[in-house]
Design a protein around this ligand. Structure first.
Ligand SMILES: *[C@@H]1O[C@H](CO)[C@@H](O)[C@H](O)[C@H]1NC(C)=O
Ligand SMILES: *[C@@H]1O[C@H](CO)[C@@H](O)[C@H](O)[C@H]1NC(C)=O
Length: 367
């Protein structure tokens, strides 16, 4: 599959709609990076102000962690491609009943579609990274829920929405070297395989939340910072002994690990979608190192340059293949739990000011 085909299948769907509404044809993720709009903060700008900020940043798309009606309404008539999410706690219900799935689409998608350009319906968030009894039930309810939602979209004549589920890199039990990567053995056949079957059949994406920051900050002596920050100059290179492929950055290694793990289960072709990536601007005392504004700016600027390049750069295992990319996150979120670093991923501060300069269109060259 070449890059041109990928872009066309991804974005041509909206062309008639865009022409109909008289928008210029600029709504493509192909030339712009999207942004994750998380709202786990009690000091954030209003939804109205937030959507205005997203528009002023020239984002290609916005990814929500729910189906908030106020936000979906505010996004109508914008040229932002929108990704919405079924919360984890609703998965089992939607898996259990076609009627419930149809109600869910009727209540949460239909009122806003197509004026709001909802293009991705993500079922759950990092579902395989949670381990309680109900969480494990979710693992097995995921594909039935995706199937029911898909049937309901068809029934309601909604044609251009892709269904997927964002997973974290923890779904892999080994990632290095990339060619040796495999999914966790205990979920590989029972859980991952049906997901891959669904994604392949529906020509959807493997949505991956991928953070070079974490493996680097855990092994700063083994991995160079430049390699993690996607710096081109003077990079150390890694040659995968299994394939001879040459890696100049950690993100490519992580993405290709996923590509090889999928291929081992018989799915060499499912396209990737970076549903989250980013770099934190701060951490607690004595916590993770390297979380600072300079590194965050460098990582995100290099990321934007890489994924907006024309023609697409791709990864060593999939050269030239376009990968849609969403940065995490719009704002610092002061109510995220966990270590201090979790609350400092915003490209904007909670008051809406920029933490550092960033151009999601990739048109600016920063020093
Ligand atoms: C699967 O393996 C992971 C670690 O790889 C472990 O945390 C989890 O509890 C295991 N799950 C089951 C169902 O055995
Ligand atoms: C995946 O989808 C492609 C394209 O539709 C198809 O050719 C291939 O047989 C599918 N692979 C599997 C393992 O189902």
């Amino acid at each position: 599959m070449n890059k041109t085909v990928t872009k066309i299948t991804l974005f041509a769907n909206f062309v008639p709609l865009i022409s109909l509404l008289g928008f210029s044809c600029t709504a493509t993720l192909a030339s712009k990076i999207g942004i994750n709009y998380g709202r786990l903060g009690n000091n954030l700008p209003s939804p109205y102000q937030s959507v205005e900020l997203i528009k002023s940043m020239n984002a290609g798309g916005v990814k929500l962690y729910d189906v908030d009606p106020e936000i979906l309404k505010l996004l109508s008539g914008t040229n932002l491609l929108v990704s919405v999410m079924v919360p984890n706690h609703e998965i089992s219900l939607l898996a259990s009943s076609q009627t419930k799935a149809e109600e869910w689409i009727k209540n949460n998608i239909l009122p806003f579609y197509p004026q709001t350009m909802i293009q991705f319906l993500l079922v759950g968030n990092e579902v395989l990274s949670y381990f309680s009894d109900q969480d494990r039930k979710n693992w097995f309810d995921l594909v039935p829920a995706m199937n029911n939602l898909r049937t309901s979209l068809e029934t309601l004549n909604i044609k251009n929405v892709k269904i997927g589920t964002p997973l974290a890199m923890e779904v892999l039990q080994s990632t290095f070297p990339p060619s040796s990567a495999e999914f966790r053995s205990n979920v590989s056949y029972s859980v991952i395989l049906p997901i891959l079957q669904f994604l392949n059949t529906t020509r959807s994406f493997f949505f991956i939340d991928v953070y070079p920051y974490f493996p680097w900050s855990q092994n700063p002596n083994d991995i160079s910072l430049d390699f993690a920050l996607l710096k081109e100059q003077g990079n150390p290179k890694f040659v995968d002994p299994g394939t001879g492929l040459v890696y100049t950055n950690l993100l490519d290694q992580m993405l290709d690990a996923l590509v090889f793990a999928m291929a081992k289960l018989g799915f060499p072709q499912i396209p990737l979608f970076i549903s989250e990536t980013g770099w934190p601007t701060a951490a607690g005392d004595g916590e993770q190192i390297g979380a600072n504004i300079a590194n965050a700016a460098t990582y995100n600027r290099n990321l934007i340059k890489k994924f907006t390049a024309e023609p697409s750069i791709g990864t060593p295992a999939r050269p030239g293949i376009f990968i849609p990319t969403f940065i995490f996150s719009l704002f610092d979120e002061n109510q995220k739990t966990g270590p201090e670093v979790e609350r400092h991923w915003g490209v904007l501060r909670a008051d809406g000011t920029a933490a550092y300069k960033i151009d999601l269109t990739g048109n600016s060259d920063w020093p």
